[in-house]
Design a protein around this ligand. Structure first.
Ligand code: MN
Length: 323
């Protein structure tokens, strides 16, 4: 422990990586929130964090990934640091994101989509480093129209301090007067922060906002607690700033936002407000009311996996799969 400044948030929990699992055959991820009791309420508006630490994929003519699956009631946000990921959905939207880019996909009333390594990148293989975050939608927007935002590295807000000792990319929300490009349905702050050893980053955050931080690499003292690579820190709502003091070059994903104070009913890829709405989601999905996604875009093997995954989702207390 070190002393904290006045107004500096303290740390409620430090969570090491819960271990890696595969989503499809293309995403080797740690599902951090699954190890935190009540995470969907405690960390609202965030529902799930699948972190894909750097991992080298061998070259493959068949892009690895996850086949056709539905989502309703929330947003999936995919961030890329290394590698390249492609997406196609039933609204006809799609895109490829690479290093520094983000994909902000609003499922809202429902989409089918598939996520996989971009074909040309997959042929060469290489290091892949990504994260996917699920962001809840306020109930009033859960059945709104789907939306796709492909956000490029060049569009991100940038804040650089002390000759580059602190470099923050603002994806959503605001830091130091700089706004990120993402359009959101509630107050969300998403920052990609690098702090050199000896550097210090101070973030202003309303005390009412939930905020957690994933230290992707390096070491730092945060809210008076020592953190090392792979730790997720949940902050207490006891101050209006977060201070990151890097003791080794640190790279962190900062997730903050105003809690959405509404009931949550979650099952697999559906996150609604009531059990009845969940049953409707399953019924609509089974009746084909989530639209259509042309499997011919995929290779035959993608298609087989897609059909298998397109069956009724497993009931589950946490929306861990399919992603
Ligand atoms: Mn998905």
């Amino acid at each position: 422990m070190t002393t904290r400044r006045a107004g500096e948030r303290s740390i409620e929990g430090v969570h090491a990586s819960p271990g890696l699992h595969w989503v499809g055959d293309g995403f080797r991820v740690a599902g951090y929130f699954s190890a935190i009791p009540g995470a969907m309420r405690r960390l609202s508006p965030f529902l799930l964090l699948d972190y894909h630490p750097p991992y080298v994929y061998s070259p493959s003519d068949r892009p690895r990934g996850v086949g056709v699956h539905p989502h309703r009631g929330f947003e999936t946000v995919t961030l890329a640091w290394e590698g390249s990921v492609a997406h196609h959905d039933s609204t006809g939207a799609g895109g490829v994101i690479g290093p520094g880019d983000a994909q902000w996909m609003t499922a809202a009333s429902g989409i089918l989509h598939k996520e996989y390594h971009e074909r040309e990148w997959a042929r060469g293989g290489g290091r892949f480093h990504m994260a996917q975050l699920w962001v809840n939608l306020p109930r009033a927007h859960k059945m709104g129209p789907p939306r796709y935002q492909g956000l490029t590295a060049a569009e991100m807000g940038r804040v650089e301090l002390a000759d580059g000792a602190v470099r923050v990319r603002v994806i959503a929300g605001e830091h130091a007067g700089v706004r990120g490009p993402a359009l959101t349905f509630s107050d969300v702050t998403l920052l990609d922060a690098r702090v050199r050893a000896g550097g210090e980053l101070t973030l202003a955050v309303p005390a009412s906002h939930n905020l957690c931080l994933l230290l992707m690499s390096g070491e730092a003292v945060i809210g008076g607690e020592r953190a090392s690579e792979g730790d997720l820190l949940v902050t207490r709502n006891d101050g209006d700033q977060l201070v990151v003091r890097a003791t080794e070059d640190a790279h962190a994903l900062v997730m903050g936002g105003a809690p959405i104070d509404e009931p949550i009913a979650a099952m697999g890829p559906f996150v609604m407000s009531t059990e009845r709405e969940l049953r409707e989601a399953v019924a609509d999905y089974e009746a084909g009311r989530f639209g259509h996604l042309d499997l011919r875009r995929a290779t035959p093997r993608d298609g087989r996996r897609g059909r298998r995954r397109a069956r009724r989702p497993r009931a589950s207390a946490s929306p861990s799969a399919p992603r």
